[in-house]
Design a protein around this ligand. Structure first.
Ligand code: ZN
Length: 347
């Protein structure tokens, strides 16, 4: 079936190229004036097979040698907003299990913050990077991107890449603050000037490598990994799904993102149960060593309360819950990948 589908796509592509060349080369020659199709170049590239792929070395295929031993379970761990507690409490647990994670930095927050909100230093970030963790960009000041002018967008997005580059880190992936902006053409265009991929937030933790929403039981928002699919909606490689690990769900309209209305609270054991459900939601898509869907879990602050019932901040995760979740991944054979292990293949 796959071969037939592929041949169909190739045939369609060839026919399309033929039509484009007739319209743009032959007709203007006959009628004596140039004919420019909107988004011509991008639309031609949209007809190729646009998928996300995992870099070959990331899954240690050669080391394992056999398809039977390839992992069926994968996960990507993200840490947002440069919190010091990620370095202080999460890193030692990641180290214990040999896991590497992706840390999205808000550049102007680095080396700042009060006690409760203390941020990482550049030394912390350099150490993470040297140890093989992935350092990526999450703007300069964490604004609502939908509300900015194009010059402000260029600063928040472009400078956040430059700021990491100034510290020797080449970031190729961007995360939208508050998960906002991934469906805004102006925002996505500027993001695509600087970055290869971008992460949004979603109801589902699963990112489908072929961006095929028909596989997705939750929110059918993606139908192609290309930036400009035929229906004109911006999706795909600049709208990667993720689940933000929050123990209070509800209306986050307040400036500090605390829940005010219709809030649902989860304690440690309820959160653990939720985590296990989410990370295993990939099971029906990933069989026989073929990875089609990857859960991406986003953490923020790590706190030392004995249980989440002591916390009023939705994005808190207790150290003991984080340890339990990492142990679960380890004991159940999950392979932990980095965001930078994902590449967008538009061929
Ligand atoms: Zn953030």
């Amino acid at each position: 079936m796959k071969n037939v589908k592929r041949q169909g796509i190739i045939l369609g592509f060839v026919v399309y190229l033929g039509l484009v060349s007739i319209l743009t080369q032959v007709l203007p020659y006959i009628f004596g004036q140039p004919l420019i199709l909107p988004n011509q170049i991008r639309r031609v590239s949209n007809l190729s097979v646009n998928t996300l792929e995992i870099r070959p070395h990331a899954l240690n295929v050669n080391e394992k040698g056999s398809n039977d031993l390839l992992p069926n379970k994968v996960i990507i761990l993200n840490f947002d907003d440069s919190y010091k507690s990620q370095f202080t409490y999460a890193k030692p647990i990641l180290d214990m299990y040999g896991f590497k994670a992706t840390f999205f930095q808000v550049c102007n927050w680095i080396d700042s913050g009060s006690e409760e909100n203390e941020k990482m230093s550049w030394n912390d970030i350099t150490e993470l990077s040297k140890e093989g963790h992935d350092i990526e960009a999450h703007t300069m000041t964490h604004p609502h991107l939908d509300k900015l002018s194009s010059s402000e967008l260029d600063y928040e997005i472009g400078q956040s890449k430059q700021c990491l580059l100034d510290h020797g880190i080449n970031s190729t992936i961007f995360a939208y603050p508050y998960g906002e902006g991934w469906d805004n053409p102006e925002v996505v265009n500027i993001v695509s000037n600087y970055f290869d991929l971008a992460r949004a937030n979603s109801e589902t933790p699963l990112t489908f490598l072929n961006c095929d929403d028909t596989m997705d039981d939750y929110t059918p928002t993606q139908s192609s990994c290309s930036t400009y699919p035929d229906n004109g909606t911006l999706v795909g490689s600049y709208a990667i799904n993720s689940w933000s690990h929050r123990h209070i769900e509800g209306d986050y309209s307040t400036a500090d993102q605390r829940c005010e209305e219709t809030c649902t609270y989860y304690n440690n054991s309820q959160m653990f149960e939720k985590f296990v459900g989410y990370v295993n939601s990939q099971d029906k898509y990933n069989t026989n060593g073929s990875i089609n869907a990857i859960p991406i879990v986003v953490y923020h602050t790590i706190v030392t309360y004995p249980d989440l019932t002591f916390s009023k901040r939705p994005v808190d995760t207790t150290v003991n819950l984080f340890e339990e979740e990492m142990r679960y991944l380890h004991d159940n054979g999950f392979e932990v990948l980095l965001m930078s292990d994902l590449v967008f293949d538009d061929m």
